[in-house]
Design a protein around this ligand. Structure first.
Ligand SMILES: O=C1O[C@H](COP(=O)(O)O)[C@@H](O)[C@H](O)[C@H]1O
Length: 240
């Protein structure tokens, strides 16, 4: 595990631009080495601007979309047409605007039983990544309760050691989610956490304090052989 890198940007626009450059670079390097780029998208509102930027010709023309394989690090257990769907956000902001083959887009199944959907998605991850189960890049965010992906405080998925993808009942939201587990996240070659807005400050302050204790699920993100990059904006690190 290498030391996490912490980059602080003026605002969410600057953070998203930096993330877009990083994405293009990571994609080019992976394709040059392995002839493909496997990436997991994050959900929520923060990555939306990154997706919009990647859809612009300035960025999208520098990406060989035929060689990009997309998964989601977590998904809300709702139909793909629901506004809460993380897939829907990425589709509208990015996927509808670029020439990525449909077969390269691995949408989280959300029909039927959550456990069966999680098992099916795990099988897709294994089929594409093989034994290494190592994404080239995993995008993550962080909620103001310190959750990442759908690894929420107090949920049983936090202690999962074997499964790569699992269903999780989120009591605070009274809903099911499907999420990558730590074993999968921590096999990534690179993890990029996108965290903006002042409401994230109270958690970030504790995480980045000297001798920080383990208090929040996001602190379990430690890719064993990979690099973690925190993309933060000033509001998130100052609370203003
Ligand atoms: O519920 C979720 O929240 C986190 C953070 O979302 P944001 O709106 O604060 O960016 C997100 O990373 C996760 O994927 C999502 O499902």
């Amino acid at each position: 595990m290498s030391t996490p890198v912490k980059l602080i940007w003026k605002d969410k626009e600057a953070l998203s631009l930096a993330a877009a450059y990083y994405f293009v670079d990571a994609c080019a390097k992976s394709i040059a080495t392995n002839d493909r780029f496997t990436v997991a998208f994050s959900g929520g509102s923060t990555p939306k601007r990154l997706f919009e930027l990647l859809a612009l010709p300035e960025f999208s023309s520098n990406i060989d979309w035929k060689k990009v394989f997309i998964f989601w690090s977590d998904e809300r257990f709702v139909p793909h047409t629901n506004d809460e769907s993380n897939y829907k956000t990425s589709k509208i902001a990015l996927l509808d605007h670029v020439k990525i083959p449909k077969k390269n887009i691995f949408v989280t199944p959300t029909k039927g039983e959550p456990a069966a959907c999680a098992a099916e998605y795990e099988a897709s991850v294994k089929a594409v990544l093989g034994k290494s189960a190592s994404f080239d890049l995993t995008l993550l965010g962080m909620g103001d309760d310190g959750h990442t992906a759908s690894l929420f405080p107090g949920t049983t998925i936090l202690s999962e050691q074997k499964r790569l993808v699992k269903e999780v009942w989120v009591e605070s939201k009274q809903t099911w989610r499907i999420s990558f587990t730590y074993p999968l996240i921590n096999k990534s070659k690179q993890v990029m956490l996108l965290v903006g807005d002042a409401n994230k400050y109270p958690v970030l302050k504790k995480i980045f304090a000297k001798n920080a204790k383990y208090l929040f699920p996001v602190q379990g993100v430690n890719p064993a052989k990979g690099q973690t990059i925190w993309m933060l904006d000033e509001a998130a690190v100052t609370g203003q």
